[in-house]
Ligand binder design. Structure first.
Ligand SMILES: Cc1cc2nc3c(=O)[nH]c(=O)nc-3n(C[C@H](O)[C@H](O)[C@H](O)COP(=O)(O)O)c2cc1C
Ligand code: SF4
Length: 694
């Protein structure tokens, strides 16, 4: 292998008798791509997985797959399941796809037990190690439970064994048993759930692990030696008095190894945090809490946070390969492999953002890897049982539409605006062989991205990296940049494009009472204009720091608008010690609209803690000088005094720009906010789809 920089990452490996061509594992990640009515692997799932596999990953672990259905799944009806022999032939097609690319394939076996993070399960009396009433459950994301009898224990263990056998018959190379997070197997391992008084009870570690160890040894005994069994387990838990401490979690992992597990993937769980510890990087949103899980590495904004679990497991004497995920990238992963901390690098989000990542590492083209924002939009849609999608990669779940196929005829394409829609449209059009001219009225690329990065405290570097990534791609693809140039009818006349893609962004909305001249009001448009010149000289991260010293808005601020824009503005100001009140004429449902469910779950209590007041469904009476009079939803008259009123309303379609360019070329497409203001994911997809139509 000529690539010495990633010598360890690109080295072949093995899990049991399964050989991998490199040390990169695509970890399990729910996608909702299964055929919901039948549970069959259909075209959608095959296309989706083929796209993720073809980029060169060393091992694919297919998403969590129920061993019992629907009771054992938390995403019915869109969750994979292998509870019935009838499913085997369709699953064989999936393993065949992986093997076509010389990629071994495992599937993660799960029984959700009491866990209900989606809130979509209605089943009462969920299976669990013990009976737990509502008040005894470790949070709202659980169903009341009923203790399994010994017969039931044996029956569910058999379900795991049967599902593994079906996976084997379907050509899979192994299974990953999910005994982590809050699954049914974890309800035995963790004393948070386990109150039993038999051989599966919490009195010894052996008894706690017995549910798993018996499954593992039975699978190993029953299936061919070539078939691997990996496990993913909580090395430590937090947020509950009975949570598993690291010393116990390590011993449980060793017992799983002793039972025959061929590899161990480390995970932790935090009761009370909806995401547990799957994505430690999101602990930084909106601010790092005081009660951080102590055993993790918090030095790198959550990147590689779980690596100390792996080190501890090595020190405890594990001999089978250890896998860790959590925001690892090729560089960090290589280092961890080199240091002997892990044997395989687990990744999910970076591979969704760019399935070609392994190939680009092999070819030493790190600058071509599309950065993942870490935004968890993918998880958010999954939690709603929708098809998984990625904010930056519109090809996910559109594999047969976003093909980057060469265009039949080369055309001159004028792209107007360099926000997410324009950037992606220009890139895709150029890949397809067109001659592309990208116009941006400011001197820097990105549209509202740098401003969004400035307002956010998370994803700042990632968003900046995304714009840089486009810059690099444009250079390589020969996209002609026309920066600092306002595209207008005269430019069109001069350029004579065959195609115009208008991605000029939306219009900043003004509240109805904005005609009041004497009001100290800052509109989102003003804010954009004021900050944009600074972004020429400072990165969003630096500018964000500078605004902590200088921000001429006074002490008290009223933010008008409560959707994502309003919430982010309020968060930004609160972090700069401003006294913030949010108001909106829209009702309570609008609060936080556009944010992920997880972010809302974290932000709203934070607002409460910081004293941010919020009034939804208000009627604004008048705004004079520094006083706003309104009637609240419950009919109270209220006067809010502020030094500044900031509007942060959703953008409006840009009808002016649409009129300007309508009919000015043989093909004209309007995409992104100028047509229908929405979020980055939709804008990027719209840009890509328009560029595929040319
Ligand atoms: C949309 C989504 C779905 C996921 N589904 C699963 C799952 O089914 N089983 C599981 O063990 N982990 C699941 N994960 C967690 C990933 O396997 C991985 O541990 C996590 O994303 C951290 O790795 P990363 O930072 O490389 O994304 C999911 C993650 C995402 C983003
Ligand atoms: S949706 Fe966001 S977090 Fe998920 S893979 Fe895409 S960029 Fe990364």
């Amino acid at each position: 292998m000529s690539n010495t920089r990633f010598k360890f990452l690109l080295e072949p490996g093995s899990i049991g008798r399964v050989k991998t061509k490199n040390r990169l594992i695509k970890t399990a990640q729910g996608s909702s791509v299964i055929e919901p009515d039948t549970g069959f692997v259909g075209e959608r799932a095959l296309n989706y997985y083929e796209n993720l596999i073809q980029g060169g990953v060393g091992l694919m672990i297919v998403e969590s797959c129920g061993v019992e259905y629907p009771l054992g799944t938390h995403h019915p009806p869109v969750q994979f399941r292998l509870h019935d022999d009838v499913l085997i032939p369709s699953f064989s097609k999936l393993s065949a796809v992986a093997h076509k690319y010389d990629c071994p394939i495992f599937i993660q076996l799960i029984h959700s037990g009491p866990w209900n993070p989606t809130g979509l399960r209605t089943a009462a009396n969920a299976r669990c190690s013990s009976t737990l009433k509502k008040a005894e459950l470790p949070g709202p994301d659980f169903l009341e439970t009923r203790a399994m009898t010994l017969d039931e224990v044996a029956m569910v263990q058999q379900m795991f064994i049967n599902a593994a056998e079906r996976a084997c018959k379907a050509g899979f190379d192994g299974v990953e048993i999910n005994t982590a997070t809050c699954t049914l197997p974890n309800s035995f391992c963790s004393r948070v759930f386990n109150r039993r008084q038999d051989q599966y009870g919490p009195d010894t570690l052996e008894n706690r692990a017995r549910f798993d160890t018996e499954i593992i040894s039975a699978i190993k005994k029953k299936l061919p030696a070539e078939f691997a069994v990996s496990v993913i387990t909580n090395i430590a838990e937090y947020g509950h008095p009975l949570a598993t401490p690291i010393e116990e979690g390590l011993q449980i992992a060793l017992l799983l190894e002793k039972a025959g597990a061929d590899a161990v993937q480390v995970r932790g769980h935090y009761y009370g945090h909806r995401d547990g510890l799957m994505h430690p990087d999101r602990f930084y949103y909106p601010e790092l809490p005081d009660n951080l899980p102590k055993d993790l590495d918090w030095s790198n904004r959550g990147q590689g946070a779980l690596l100390p679990y792996a080190s501890a497991l090595k020190k405890a004497g594990i001999t089978v390969p250890v896998i860790a995920a959590a925001r690892l990238d090729p560089v960090l992963g290589e280092q961890a492999l080199r240091d002997g901390v892990i044997d395989f690098v687990g990744m999910t989000r970076r591979l969704l953002a760019d399935p070609e990542l392994p190939r680009k590492v092999i070819e030493n083209r790190l600058e071509d890897i599309r950065p993942c924002l870490g935004c968890l939009h993918c998880m958010d849609v999954r939690l709603q049982n929708k098809y998984v999608e990625c904010r930056v990669n519109p090809q996910i779940n559109r594999e047969k539409v976003v093909t980057y196929s060469r265009a039949a005829m080369k055309k001159k394409v004028m792209v107007i605006g360099s926000g997410p829609a324009g950037l992606e449209a220009a890139r895709v059009a150029a890949i397809r062989g067109h001659e592309v001219y990208l116009y941006e009225k400011y001197t820097g690329l990105g549209g509202l991205i740098p401003l969004a990065a400035l307002l956010k405290d998370v994803e700042v570097n990632e968003m900046t990296d995304l714009v840089k990534w486009f810059e690099v791609q444009f250079k390589k693809l020969g996209v002609n940049l026309r920066l600092g140039r306002q595209a207008d009818a005269a430019e069109v006349e001069q350029l004579k494009p065959d195609v115009i893609i208008v991605a000029a962004g939306g219009q900043h909305a003004l509240p109805a009472f904005s005609d009041s001249q004497k009001v100290k009001m800052l509109t989102s448009g003003d804010l954009h204009k004021r900050l944009k010149p600074f972004l020429k000289f400072f990165s969003p991260r630096t500018l964000a720091k500078l605004t902590k010293i200088w921000l001429p808005v006074g002490k008290k601020v009223v933010v008008i608008g409560s959707r994502i824009h309003g919430c982010e503005t309020a968060e930004f100001l609160t972090k700069r010690h401003r006294q913030v009140t949010i108001i909106d004429t829209a009702g309570p449902d609008a609060f936080g609209e556009g944010m992920t469910g997880d972010d809302k779950y974290l932000l709203f209590p934070w607002f409460n803690k910081k004293g941010v007041k919020n009034y939804q469904g208000v009627k604004i009476e008048k705004l004079v000088e520094n006083k706003l009079t309104l009637t609240t939803q419950d009919g109270q008259k209220l006067t809010l005094k502020a030094d500044t009123f900031i509007t942060a309303l959703p953008l409006l379609p840009n009808t002016t720009v649409m009129e300007t360019f309508k009919g000015k070329a043989a093909e004209v497409y309007f995409v992104g906010d100028c047509l229908e203001p929405r979020l980055i994911a939709q804008a990027t997809a719209a840009g890509s789809l328009a560029a595929h139509q040319i």
